[in-house]
Design a protein around this ligand. Structure first.
Ligand code: NAI
Ligand code: MG
Length: 492
């Protein structure tokens, strides 16, 4: 008999186990060492030769060298878009639609690859990029393909025509989805575009250029230029007919000042500080799921995040208790792991901003709670956080944190809920949780917010217009309302 080998001392299951890792393979994506600018249907080198490194926020791994476009590059991109405009706007709408359908189908075909790239470069959980960002991005192209040959029906007796060249500047929280929100209506309406992705998340936009080549979109119809805020500012200065911007209120205001009186059209989709309002008759378990989804989805990097919980006083204690229990089950970690609920913070700068505001919350006297969770050593991380005992005057109740941080306030009457919800310079979204249909309508009428969700949160559909009031910006994206800012009309 052969001697039995001594038993392996390591236990079959780790003592301190949560979930076995289920990482999505990154082998599916090919990332080039460096990228040029996509101008006139070709890759070109930036004229000044400048570049920067894009990293993964999960471990700070450098992923690629990205071109920093200067003013001359921006001008070249605008020229290419201008040259492509007569051809593109002259196509029958049904022909433009074919390209948009093709782009939508290619996005579906390559969805897994784009989802992995999005999570790798931006830090969001693969579960979200796979189930939200990619399907919605494709849906936006499908939806707008449907409008391309029906503009006369969308705007009867108004003779809609395209504006010309549009400049589009997008943020890092939904890189590919914001690209889709911008490009799909612009192209459906017959415009040509120059788009600048955010400096921390350029990779899906650059992969999208390859997809455009695959779709054989005519050269110059879409031009993608990478770079930081200086590149964005140069695009605002360039000879474009419209600027569409999504990002911070601060930069939005700067762009508005710059374009005032110039005749260049402008739409702005800026920050928010949404109230998620829970009444005492709401289904509490569902409401807690909605609260969690409202603030911890995409690490709270969401302009319409439900960052202020307004809960009716009589159920506040029970709601917060349930919320804390639910928070303890959120899995924070590797964005590429299919189990992950909360991924990495997008950048060092954003992490610093979150840390500063959270420190201000404690300093001003609110009570902080974070569930026990072990954060990875490398990369940018922040634990899901909730503050109770918050006053309306606290910075954490007024300023957009853009991180996984919830501020809880209470109210007694519906009137008080409305007043507190509207007590903000922003007005992008709101949530109402109640069994009573009449109360939903009563609240929706009074809330100064572009979107009001009832018994749900963070729902998006390409047919539904999205946009803000007050310092959340102006103009709508999605639906017929979202097409309108990409069109000029015959004046009566
Ligand atoms: P940001 O507004 O500076 O960046 C957004 C985009 O604008 C990026 O593509 C950037 O390169 C570009 N940009 C920056 N400065 C510009 C300028 N002067 N002219 C033209 N384009 C310019 O936002 P940032 O600094 O990344 O984030 C700061 C805060 O802004 C966040 O903490 C968050 O509160 C808010 N934010 C809101 C977003 C939203 O979806 N509403 C998205 C991103 C940030
Ligand atoms: Mg900035």
């Amino acid at each position: 008999m052969t001697e039995l080998s001594p038993r392996d001392p390591t236990p079959l299951l780790p003592i301190d186990w949560a979930y076995a890792a289920a990482p999505e393979s990154r082998e599916i994506v090919t990332i080039a060492e460096r990228y040029g600018l996509f101008i006139g249907g070709e890759w070109v080198e930036p004229r000044a030769g400048a570049s920067f490194t894009t990293c993964s926020p999960r471990d700070e791994e450098p992923l690629a060298e990205i071109a920093q476009a200067g003013a001359a590059d921006v001008a070249a991109a605008v020229d290419a878009a201008r040259a492509a405009f007569p051809g593109w706007s002259g196509l029958a709408g049904s022909e433009r639609a074919k390209y948009l359908f093709r782009i939508a189908r290619l996005l579906q075909e390559r969805a897994r690859e784009f989802a992995v790239l999005e999570s790798l470069n931006g830090g969001k959980p693969i579960k979200e990029s796979r189930d939200v960002d990619l399907p919605l991005a494709a849906a936006h192209f499908f939806y707008h393909a449907g409008w391309a040959d029906k503009l006369e029906y969308a705007f009867p007796n108004r003779s809609p025509r395209p504006l010309g060249v549009v400049g589009q500047i997008i943020p890092w929280n939904f890189p590919l989805l914001m690209l889709a929100w911008k490009l799909a209506p612009a192209l459906a309406a017959g415009n040509t575009a120059v788009l600048k992705p955010a400096e921390t998340t350029p990779l899906t936009a650059l992969a999208f250029c390859e997809l455009l080549l695959q779709a054989e979109l005519p050269a110059g119809v879409v031009n993608i230029i990478t770079g930081d805020g200086a590149t964005g500012a140069a695009l605002v200065e360039a000879a474009v007919d419209k600027i569409a911007f999504t990002g911070s209120t601060e930069v939005g205001k700067e762009i508005q000042r710059r374009l005032a009186g110039s005749g260049t059209r402008l739409t702005l989709e800026l920050g928010g500080k949404a109230a998620n309002i829970v009444f005492d008759d709401a289904a509490l378990d569902q409401a807690v799921e909605g609260i969690v989804n409202g603030i911890y989805f995409n690490q709270g990097h969401v302009c319409c995040a439900g960052s202020r919980l307004l809960v009716q006083e009589s159920i506040a204690e029970a709601a917060v208790e349930k919320l804390k229990q639910r928070m303890a089950s959120l899995r924070v970690g590797d964005p590429l792991d299919k189990n992950t609920d909360v991924g990495a913070i997008n950048s060092r700068a954003q992490l610093t901003k979150i840390e500063q505001l959270v420190a201000a919350g404690s300093a001003e006297g609110a009570d902080i709670y974070q569930p026990p969770c072990r954060l990875p050593e490398k990369g940018y991380w922040f634990a899901p956080t909730v503050f109770t005992n918050v006053a309306q005057s606290h910075r954490i109740a007024r300023e957009e944190i853009f991180g996984p941080v919830l501020a809880v306030l209470t109210f007694r009457t519906p009137q008080e809920a409305v007043e507190k919800a509207n007590n903000t310079p922003y007005g992008l979204s709101a949530g109402v949780w109640t069994e009573k249909g009449s109360r939903i309508l009563w609240m929706a009428e009074r809330l100064r917010a572009g979107v009001v969700w009832a018994n749900t949160f963070n729902r998006f559909d390409p047919a539904s217009p999205f946009g803000g009031y007050k310092e959340s910006g102006f103009g709508r994206e999605g639906g017929r309302h979202g097409l309108e800012p990409y069109l000029a009309f015959e004046s009566a």
